[in-house]
Design a protein around this ligand. Structure first.
Ligand SMILES: O=c1ccn([C@@H]2O[C@H](COP(=O)(O)O)[C@@H](O)[C@H]2O)c(=O)[nH]1
Length: 225
């Protein structure tokens, strides 16, 4: 089985992101570039990181009207990302148009409930029920819209996997069991627990990028899988 870890390169400087990716490339299966990276470095930055030779996950979390999201998907087509994110809350038409506009080899996955939110946050937004219920509802919507999979926390991935057997499940909000700080994440599990519950991709950022020795941190996580 290939390494399911995608390292989140949430670093403001392109040289620092490139150096980190070069260091840990033997211990991760892919590289995730998010909003912070893309807003700062755009297509040029993605091309630079792609030279490292690992699959690229563009975590842009697109969320707009269908026409705008489809146009954005077409604009990133040339970057040939392995995975791109959109927000499931954009609705079925937006999800369908995003998938139709994506490249043949790009997996389009829908963010259900951000791992930085808990039940109380959802209640403040007027969403009835738990984060678990909402993630399952949005997973069903993404499946109906023909997407490849979803992003959810390790708390929901097992239940989603039972209702969507061949789905592609991206799980962030991961913390090794060594007391690593949760920081802004509210629904966390260990990488091993997420993998055992059916995660296809394990997204890990700060537990590696902010470790005193990122290579040792990546190796230690890899060894738990
Ligand atoms: O629900 C979500 C969706 C995306 N993310 C992204 O994953 C990484 C997690 O970083 P850590 O440092 O390991 O907490 C980050 O890039 C987020 O934008 C998420 O955390 N939750």
């Amino acid at each position: 089985m290939s390494n399911p870890i995608y390292l989140a390169l949430d670093l403001p400087r392109l040289d620092a992101a490139t150096a980190l990716a070069q260091k840990v490339k033997g211990h991760v299966g892919g590289l995730k570039l998010g909003l912070e990276f893309f807003c700062a470095h755009g297509h040029h930055g993605v091309h630079e990181i792609a030279k490292i030779g690992l699959p690229i996950f563009l975590d842009l979390k697109l969320h707009d009207i269908p026409n705008t999201v489809a146009a954005a998907m077409q604009a990133i087509h040339v970057l040939e990302p392995a995975i791109v994110t959109v927000h499931a809350a954009g609705g079925r038409a937006m999800l369908e148009d995003a998938k139709a506009a994506a490249g043949e080899h790009t997996k389009v996955v829908a963010v259900t409930v951000l791992t930085s939110l808990d039940d109380a946050d959802l209640a403040r937004q007027g969403i009835a029920g738990t984060a678990h219920d909402q993630a399952l509802r949005l997973a069903e919507l993404a499946q109906e819209a023909g997407l490849d999979g979803i992003v959810c926390s390790g708390h929901e991935v097992g239940a989603v996997h039972r209702q969507w057997k061949n789905g592609y499940f991206v799980v962030p909000g991961l913390r090794p069991a060594d007391g690593a700080s949760a920081a802004d994440q509210k629904r966390i599990v260990t990488p091993r627990a997420a993998r055992d519950a059916g995660a296809s991709v394990l997204v890990i950022g700060r537990p590696i990028s902010r470790a005193a020795d990122p290579v040792a941190a990546a190796r230690a996580i890899e060894a738990t899988l």
